[in-house]
Design a protein around this ligand. Sequence first.
Ligand code: MLT
Length: 323
Amino acid sequence: MKTIQKMALGALFALGATQANAQAFPARPITMIVPFAAGGPTDVVARIVGDHMSRTLGQPVIIENVAGAGGTTGITRAAKATPDGYTIAMGHMGTHGASPGLYPNLAYDPQKDFEPIGLAAGTPILIVTRKDFPAKDLKEFSAYVKANENKINHADAGPGAVSNVTCILLHDMLKVNPVTVPYKGTGPLLNDLMSGKVDYACDQIVNLTPQIKAGTIKAIAVATEKRAPALPDVPTTTEGGLPGYKVSAWNAAFAPKGTPPEALAKLREALVKAVTDPGTKAKLEELGGEVPDAKGASPEALAALVKSENERWVPLLKAKGNK
Ligand code: MLT
């Protein structure tokens, strides 16, 4: 065979292999990095959504918890992963919205280093305390925290985590600076809140609803305009006399930049199918999650959300850091 014929045949094989690979996606399990400890809000959302995605994709979506540095360790790993569709991440308002405001040398750019897959759930923020915390409402909570600033323990999931940046806002409003106990996620934090080792936290509703209902922790207020349907007895921060404290988080799936369009299309389709599936939606809503429709779960909507959250959080956190 002449050299030119060999080259043509080689190119044909390479093209065939590329097309077969693209068509075959996914040919093996997909890893979804959760940048916090197991059992917390991001893990819960990832497992519910990932379970349905695996049924659409015909391959398991395996959750890998890579905790540390307020979620930025796991998201850095996802950003640097081979962009083949087999490694994705469940990021959130902290990792993709707020962290660039706290980490001057963050190893990823939320807007440039990822391909948005889609929003999985909105997660309203609640102020929660150990069950015997001496405050029955937001007014008493605020007064107690101000009076006992040096004695109480606030807890969060590290700088840049949702629990961290949302309580930074709260502390700023109350003009307090209590000791903070850091955790690898609000899953383990919740265990210590239940046992009374720490006093309070600002956390995402999907981590809290069962424990609030069971009375093992106390809900002080939900930081949204209206009460959460999953917790209709919990007053809003407006009802509690702190209308300026309004904050809600979200969890969303991202792939590393450069992931092939064919793989992205399948991942995006699987995510939309998951969140619009009545069973998955019910599971998330029972926990208080705000589940997007197909348009809300689109990559365009997620790209716009990340941009607007960067615009909200980054200047705010940088200004606080410079004080
Ligand atoms: C978690 O899954 O532990 C949380 O999303 C942590 C946080 O951001 O507060």
